[in-house]
Ligand binder design. Structure first.
Ligand SMILES: NC(=O)c1ccc[n+]([C@@H]2O[C@H](COP(=O)([O-])OP(=O)(O)OC[C@H]3O[C@@H](n4cnc5c(N)ncnc54)[C@H](O)[C@@H]3O)[C@@H](O)[C@H]2O)c1
Length: 248
């Protein structure tokens, strides 16, 4: 394979077992990167890693529950022992679409633990190595739900809005060290997360997208790869990829 900007870089991708995360693993491998693939669903994650890297040399599947700060630290050490991490994609998330009346304190805490607290602690751990090496690319998977209010989005949408804010703070603090930090904000994308929606609801939601369809995971993955490979002067930005759902 001819050299690309990501040849022999190592990317740590969370939520890699399925959906967007699996598409991200595939896209980074196609660019010649090595991938640390982290997910709480160990069996599915290993199956995805085997399917995308049959030789088992370029993907390291790691089992970790991002709700657990010790597990985050163990996963980080295992990743760095395998290969220093150059690119971090915080992609895993806990979805929740529940009317505000029905959100429990446990739901609230779990959504924020995965979607925001884990991102903070994993990013800080990984950024320490990037800072020593003077180069790093971090991409956070936000959502249009964090940019504009949706019914049933009190916890999930607020966690994604927080993630956009966290992206800017990390971008500011890490810029002097050659590390860029950006967010990507998709609208509906064809992954298992969305397949939980009923066909009627999906048709209704799709009708609201000016481009008339939902995104493919590959389209979103290409934007993340672009930011990691080519985004040398882009930091603190949130890239919308929403078919025109929200224009600003
Ligand atoms: N699919 C969409 O329509 C859509 C739209 C906007 C944003 N997003 C965002 O894109 C990202 C990926 O979404 P997706 O649709 O592929 O989701 P998905 O639910 O299909 O996959 C999420 C993955 O994260 C893993 N995960 C969940 N909790 C975890 C935990 N505690 N520890 C470790 N791993 C955990 C799951 O096991 C799963 O493999 C998420 O951040 C999501 O919020 C998705």
């Amino acid at each position: 394979m001819p050299g690309t900007a990501l040849s022999d870089r190592t990317a740590l991708i969370t939520g890699s077992a399925q959906g967007l995360g699996a598409a991200l693993v595939r896209a980074f491998l196609a660019e010649g990167a090595r991938v640390v693939a982290l997910d709480v669903d160990d069996e599915a994650n290993r199956a995805t890693a085997r399917a995308l890297d049959p030789g088992g040399q370029r993907v390291l599947p790691l089992h970790a529950d991002l709700r657990d700060l010790d597990a985050i630290e163990r996963a980080h050490r295992a990743a760095e022992d395998w290969s220093p991490v150059d690119v971090l994609v915080n992609n895993a998330a806990r979805p929740l679409a529940v009317p505000l009346w029905d959100i429990t304190p446990e739901d609230w805490d779990e959504v924020f633990a995965v979607n925001l607290r884990a991102v903070f602690f994993l990013t800080r751990a990984v950024a320490a190595g990037m800072r020593e090496r003077g180069w790093g690319r971090i991409v956070n998977m936000a959502s249009v739900a964090g940019q504009t209010p949706r019914p049933t989005g009190a916890a999930y949408g607020s966690s994604k809005a927080g993630l956009i804010s966290l992206t800017r703070v990390f971008a500011t603090e890490l810029a002097p060290h050659g590390i860029t930090v950006n967010a990507v904000a998709p609208a509906m994308t064809d992954t298992p997360m969305v397949r939980a929606v009923s066909p009627e609801q999906l048709a209704e939601l799709t009708a609201q997208v000016p481009l008339g369809r939902i995104a493919t995971p590959e389209e979103v993955a290409r934007l993340v790869v672009f930011l990691a490979a080519e985004g040398s002067f882009v930091t603190g930005a949130t890239y919308d990829i929403n078919g025109g759902t929200l224009m600003r």
